[in-house]
Design a protein around this ligand. Structure first.
Ligand code: ADP
Length: 633
């Protein structure tokens, strides 16, 4: 095949524009990215060689970096797995990374600081080369094949592919540096010592030697000789004693190892020598991945045995609710050629996983206790995972017990986040249940008619604003032997004397209004199961509540969004007998239950109650007409 000119896939091109226009403040990171790719390619070669011993040959795995002032280039080579022509097209011409399109769409809408923040979350890997280069050549030969291909691009819309010669396997990337990176400005990536410094800074613990040429000057009259030196120490960070590792070293390690662009929020470095010996170096990233809750998110830890990389994305260590935890496990008790299938059955993996899970739970509890601000930062990103964990642990009371005290909810108490224990601590003696309310955000909940009375009585309410919250609370059922009570469910009542008195009064009124309530129900039809009087309202005329058990209105919405329209909430319309509208209803009822005026008022009240719950009435246009009529009457 001869020269082929090809277009970048649309998303790739947009991302490249972004990179070329250099939104990345740190210009040095391209080196870390390319070294990281080289190291991954060497890992892949090693793993494929396990089943195909002819692939590798006997040359030592290495990464070679050559900065060259004369040609204004820096070249990064590896003798790893390499790529075929097709692999180059799919890996380099296309952005396979999930979430890229979402990211770019969001970025288009954001600007200024918000855009900068978004960008910080997104790694561009190979394309970071275009931060410093105006032309990039990639020459690669797949191990086990004898043809090589050369990819060239200036980072604009196109790239070129051509056959070429390469006498050994692996990949060589030549960056033609923009002139501001050749020493005219702050950076000089053609300078051996500067590049050496960067390799030490970003890639010291890469487990393959990173080699460079150094000029060694002899006597003045002699020509300098060239000496090849390994620049990185290659010592895996996790094998060093914890006390000797600085936070900066950990941060750099995770950025390098996990292709993260930000230092992690929290780090766990665990060594154990019990029945199973292992070291784990784990972290909680600062931000949740864009696709954390989508099926294309790949959770899992890297697995090493005696410091040798075995496999990536090993899902068997941590439970799903800790899917956001990243890092690695190194254990001499796991064999080098273990397969994913055997791993799943492995007793060692189970022992390690259990211990890590416990450890993470303990550290989170500690963070919650000692550093609330940090925990809330964690919660904002990953709280949903733990809540889903509780929900899925419906039949695992042990897990529920260990997670329930890690949960945070926003409550009406100063609008702050609170643990369940803190809520219970503040409960007045007469309060028997934990009150919760569902809404799309705290503002919406605060405006619920049901909130008025609780506010007046000084009773605290937990706000359930995330669709998963209600499911989580359902799964918990109770906390500290106190049941949860939704203020928008039937059978809600307050326990104080004043409320009990109002309740008794309302019950009396109800006795004499049975016909009215029956006729209101008839006018509204089968959408509601029942119409009744309530003592839970103060200045509002109506509210809609859902039956005990079964889905709530917002669960119904969640189910409908998941194409599950069969889960319907049981609706109950409640009327406030102390409201002027109720008197009006009584008046119209006396004139006849079949008059259009009575029927209209009934259906309008029902529509209003729906809207308060954030649900559109069945026929919005008809509802609007009725309101307009009322306004003009
Ligand atoms: P990432 O490394 O996060 O997957 P990159 O954009 O850096 O994203 O690289 C895309 C893909 O290109 C890699 O997943 C890999 O398959 C391939 N690739 C990049 N560099 C090399 C290399 N030096 N050797 C072999 N394959 C490589």
């Amino acid at each position: 095949m001869s020269v082929e000119k090809m277009q970048f896939q649309a998303e790739t091109k947009r991302l490249l524009d972004l990179v070329v226009n250099s939104i990345y403040t740190n210009k040095e990171i391209f080196l870390r990215e390319l070294i990281s790719n080289a190291s991954d390619a060497l890992d892949k070669l090693r793993i494929e060689s396990l089943t195909n011993s002819e692939l590798a040959g006997d040359d030592e795995s290495e990464i070679f970096i050559v900065p060259d002032a004369a040609t204004k280039t820096i070249t990064i080579s590896d003798n790893g797995i390499g790529m075929t022509r097709d692999e180059v097209i799919t890996n380099i011409g296309t952005i396979a990374k999930s979430g890229t399109k979402d990211f770019l769409d969001k970025l288009r809408e954001a600007s200024g600081a918000a855009a900068q923040e978004l960008i910080g979350q997104f790694g561009v890997g190979f394309y970071s080369a275009f931060i410093v280069a105006d032309k990039v050549e990639l020459i690669t030969r797949r191990a086990g094949t004898d043809s090589a291909v050369k990819w060239t691009s200036d980072g604009a819309g196109e790239y070129e592919l051509d056959d070429c010669d390469k006498n050994s396997r692996g990949t060589t990337i030549i960056l033609h540096l923009k002139k501001e990176f050749c020493g005219e400005d702050e950076y000089n990536f053609t300078d051996v010592y500067e590049v050496e410094r960067l390799v030490k800074k970003y890639s010291d613990f890469v487990r393959y030697p990173i080699k460079m040429n150094f000029e060694v000057k002899g006597k003045p009259e002699e020509e300098p000789t060239i000496e090849i030196r390994t620049v990185n120490s290659m010592k895996p960070l996790w094998t060093r004693p914890k006390s000797e590792i600085t936070r900066e070293e950990y941060d750099e390690f995770f950025k390098q190892q996990l292709h993260e662009w930000e230092a992690p929020l929290e780090i766990f470095h665990v060594k154990a020598e019990g029945t199973v010996e292992y070291t784990a170096l784990l972290c909680i990233p600062k931000r949740a991945a864009q696709n954390l809750y989508y099926s294309d998110y790949e959770a899992g830890l890297q697995l090493y045995s005696r410091h040798v990389f075995i496999m990536d994305k090993c899902k068997d260590f941590l439970p799903d609710y800790l899917r956001f935890v990243k890092g690695l496990v190194d254990s001499p008790d796991l064999p080098l050629n273990i397969s994913r299938e055997i791993l799943q059955q492995s007793r060692e993996v189970k022992v390690i996983g259990k211990a890590l899970e416990k450890n993470i739970q303990k550290q989170l509890a500690k963070m919650l206790k000692d550093d609330r601000a940090k925990y809330e930062e964690f919660w904002a990103q990953f709280g949903k995972s733990l809540k889903i964990g509780v929900y899925n642990s419906m039949f695992d009371t042990k897990l529920k017990d260990s997670l329930q005290d890690l949960l945070l909810f926003q409550t009406s108490h100063e609008g702050k986040f609170s643990t369940l224990a803190e809520y219970v601590e503040r409960m007045p003696d007469f309060q028997k249940k934990i009150y919760v309310a569902v809404g799309k955000d705290s503002a919406a909940i605060e405006q619920l008619p049901q909130m008025e009375l609780l506010r007046e009585r000084g009773l605290e309410v937990i706000y359930l604003t995330d669709p998963v919250d209600e499911f989580t609370i359902d799964a918990l059922r109770n906390y500290a032997e106190k049941d949860f009570q939704s203020i928008t469910r039937e059978n809600f009542e307050l326990d104080d004397a004043e409320s009990q008195k109002v309740k008794a009064e309302v019950e009396e009124i109800a006795k004499t209004h049975e016909d009215l309530l029956k006729d209101v129900k008839e006018a509204i039809g089968d959408n509601v199961k029942e119409v009744r009087l309530t003592s839970r309202l103060k200045s509002s005329a109506v509210c809609l509540v859902t039956g005990e058990g079964g889905p709530s209105l917002s669960m119904e919405k969640t189910f409908a969004a998941m194409n599950n329209p069969l889960f319907k909430a049981t609706q109950i319309l409640e009327l406030n007998p102390n409201h002027a509208v109720f008197k009006k209803l009584e008046g119209l009822h006396e004139r006849g239950k079949d008059t259009p005026e009575f029927k209209d008022l009934c259906t309008t009240l029902y529509s209003l109650a729906l809207m308060i719950e954030g649900v559109l009435p069945n026929n919005p246009a008809e509802f609007a007409n009725k309101i307009t009529d009322l306004l003009t009457k």
